[in-house]
Structure formats: C-alpha cells, structure tokens
Design a protein around this ligand. Sequence first.
Ligand SMILES: Nc1ncnc2c1ncn2[C@@H]1O[C@H](COP(=O)(O)OP(=O)(O)O)[C@@H](O)[C@H]1O
Ligand SMILES: [Mg+2]
Length: 382
Amino acid sequence: MAEFLLTFSAKEILTKVISLAAEEFTLVLGFKGDLAQLHASFLKIQAMLLDVDHSHVRGVTLENWVKDLEDIAHKADDVLDEIGYEVLRRKVELRNQMKKKVKSFFSHNNPIAFRFKMAHKIKRINKSLLDLNDEAAGPIGLVARIQADATSQDVEVPDRETISKFYNDEKLIIGREEVVSDIVKTLTKSNDSAENYPPVLAIVGMAGLGKTTLAKSIFHESKIDKHFHVRIWVCVSTPFEVKTILRRILESLKSEEAAIQGKEKICNLIQKELKKKRYLLVLDDVWSEDPHKWEELKNCLSTVEDTRASSIIVTTRSDKVAKVMETLPRCDLRRLSDDECWLIMKDKAFSVGSAPMSKEQEIASKEIAKKCGGVPLMAKVC
Ligand SMILES: Nc1ncnc2c1ncn2[C@@H]1O[C@H](COP(=O)(O)OP(=O)(O)O)[C@@H](O)[C@H]1O
Ligand SMILES: [Mg+2]
C-alpha cells in the first residue's frame, strides 16, 4: 500500500486543481465549475485514503480499489495537464501576437470544442471517483478521516470572488464610473417601499463582464460606506444553500457566532445584529433560479427590524435569476468598447517602469483588443 501512496498523492492533484482554478484563463475557458467538482471528489477520496493504513480490511478487494483509484488519478492528472497546457499555450499565443503581426487569435483554435471535450472527461472522472467512494464506504468499509494537519488551504479552492476587497491587480477599473454613480444614487435615496422589502438590484451579464468588479466598486464607494451602517458581502455561487448564506451573513456581522448550527437560530442572531440598522447586502454570483430558495432567504431578511432603508445587490449571469429576485430597475452590464479593453490590456502589459509601448505594439494590441468582445476578463488575460 505504501508503494501506491508513494506513486499517487491526492494532495498533489488537489494542488494542481487549486493552482489551475486560480488562473483567470480557466474562467475564460469555462472550467471553474468542473474543477470545483473535481476538487470536491478528490477531497472525499483523500479522506478515505487516510483510512487505508488504519483499515482492517485487506486483500484483493482493497487492492483492486486502490488500483482503480490509481488509474483514475492518472487520468485526472492527464486532463489537468492538458488544461494547464492549453492555458499556457493561449497565454503564449496572445503574448506573441502582441509582438508580431496580428492574425485572428480565436480562429485557429476552437475553445468550445476543447471545453466540451475536457468537461466530458472531468465528468467521467468525477463519476468514477463517486463510484469508488461508494465502494470504499460500502463493501470495503473505509471511514473518511480528517487529516490531522488539515489547514483551510487544503480544503478550499481559493476564489477571488469570495471576498469584497480588491486585489492589487484589480484596482484599475475602466468605464464603469457612470453606472457606479447611478447605482449608488439609487441605493442611497430614501427607500421606504413597504411592499417587496428589502429592495433588490440585479447586475446581469455574461461571465467575465465585470459584475463582481462593479459590485465591489459600489461596495467600496465612500457614499455607500457613509449611508449604510453595515455592509455584507456573500459569494453565493452554487449551490444556493439558504442556511450557508445565512451563516455567511452572520459570520460577517459577528465572526464568533460562526459555529451556530440551526437555521432559525442563525436567523434570530442576524435579526438581532441588524436591528435598527441600515444594511447593504451583496449576493455575488447567484445561479439558483428556484423562487422558493429566494423566498426562504427573504423570509429571514424581511423580518429584520431594520431602518427600512436597507438594500440588496445581486450579481448573476442569468436573466431568470434576476427576474425572480429583483425589485429595482435592473443593471444590464454593458460590454466595454474596444478602446476600453485596450486600456486594460495596456495596463496589464506595460506596468509602471516598463518601456513605453512602441507604435507597432500599439497597433497590434489594438487589433487584439477588438477580439476581446468588450469583455474585460478577456482583455485582462491577454
Ligand atoms: N471595468 C473593468 N476594468 C478593468 N478590469 C475589469 C473591469 N471589469 C472587470 N475587470 C477584470 O476582469 C476580470 C473579470 O471580472 P469579474 O468582475 O470577475 O467578472 P464577472 O463577475 O462578470 O464574471 C477581473 O480580473 C476584473 O479585475
Ligand atoms: Mg463574478
């Protein structure tokens, strides 16, 4: 068994998944969800693996299980390498094009076909891992163990969106001044609509368009800071678990209460914390189109005895989600212009202190900016 554990470590795969997930290009290629699933499956398997040496079960069944796992792990490793290679290749290709004559970057590779192929492979790997997990927990009798030295880094795929603060490379925000100012105005004007309280403003747009960035800009506006007593940021993503969202809200209000379990209890504490306060809640990246889930969350929030001037911002890719939640006029986020995309590219490629852009580079990069389709994330990864 030790021999196997030498040749394969779930931890190595997890490290690979984590570093790939942190790549913005992975987002462009649309792998974030798949990688998160792979990460979760390997975490489960890792917990089972820790029991292999403790287990009393020996013999052919366990050996076969381990062999199967090794086989799947190699497949996963290959898929991750393939994605990693593609990410690297695209980066190099884009950089080369910045220097050379610009041809069509996207024409001679088909990102959708690649994404489809890889997503299919990852799904199969996940399915096999789930089967192995069932087998381990069932006939083999392994028990999932928590690693003694487990740190939060071991169990979490770092995600820039889970926090409201800006990283250094996110501070330059192009072309959103007007929309920030409009939304700030809407949220800070007195709002005493008795019906459909609390008011919800949806920011809607495709992946990478800058919804989270816009929400962060609003969140950090000084007028917002002054107007609201409390600002709360929750990255929802998937799944939409009402209790988890409530717990995150509570954590941001009172971190020492994070261990509280029951939904009712959490809701009561939130109500206590927000009493007589004016709060802004950002629910970033909502996917659930289920109106009942939203009702469930709203039930808790609408019974808070706040100042009746609080607001919620929701960011989503889905028109349906926005329709379910919104009460205020929607912000359909516009694409940036080619020039605005170029400014983002320029900032990324030519930081302070580097040589100024040559005329040739400027022409080439402006051509590439046109291919970004007004999506800041595309401009960012060029
Ligand atoms: N207006 C902007 N100016 C410069 N960079 C931006 C802008 N909007 C978004 N970005 C960058 O593009 C990337 C994707 O933005 P993000 O807000 O995460 O998109 P979304 O939430 O819509 O998927 C981030 O790296 C962000 O810093
Ligand atoms: Mg986002």
